[in-house]
Design a protein. Structure first.
Length: 153
């Protein structure tokens, strides 16, 4: 069982690392990497706490994605430039992270959004980020994975 946990953790980390690199370089998070993260994460949660952990992750994922989609719609309908405030890849990655972190998803989510908010405020006050400017969100999503898994283990 310990080998399975190690392999599933390594696969989650590899998928998340690829997501971060691609999001930084292209501002695109491929579906395939989200699926890989979700599958490896579900395996990890089954090994750690059984199917119950996966069910908790699924419920949390549905809640997070629902709020993200509604928030995205509310913000984007006010934008005149046609750009989106939160990409579909970010939302898919949040769903995958919910599966990967199971019961630790709320804590990982909080760490992710707290760090992203703090970074945005600091970058904005230093003039490195303009209002409405996009930035790669995957590095903050990676924090979700790390914190969320540590809480469960």
């Amino acid at each position: 069982m310990i080998w399975t946990i190690g392999i599933a953790s390594a696969l989650c980390l590899a998928a998340m690392a690829a997501i971060v690199v691609l999001d930084e370089a292209t501002r695109i998070i491929p579906r395939e990497l989200c699926w890989a993260l979700a599958a490896a994460g579900a395996l990890l949660q089954i090994c750690i706490g059984g199917v119950a952990n996966v069910v908790v992750g699924m419920v949390w994922g549905m809640a997070v994605c629902s709020v993200a989609v509604v928030s995205r719609w509310l913000v984007d309908r006010r934008r005149s430039d046609g750009r989106s405030s939160l990409g579909g890849g970010d939302v898919r990655c949040m769903a995958a992270l919910s599966l990967a972190t199971g019961p630790g998803a709320p804590v990982g989510f909080a760490a992710c959004f707290a760090a992203a908010s703090l970074w945005a405020v600091i970058a904005r006050t230093r003039g490195r980020l303009k209002t409405g400017e996009a930035f790669a969100f995957a590095p903050f999503l990676a924090l979700w994975l790390m914190v969320g898994v540590l809480v469960v283990i």
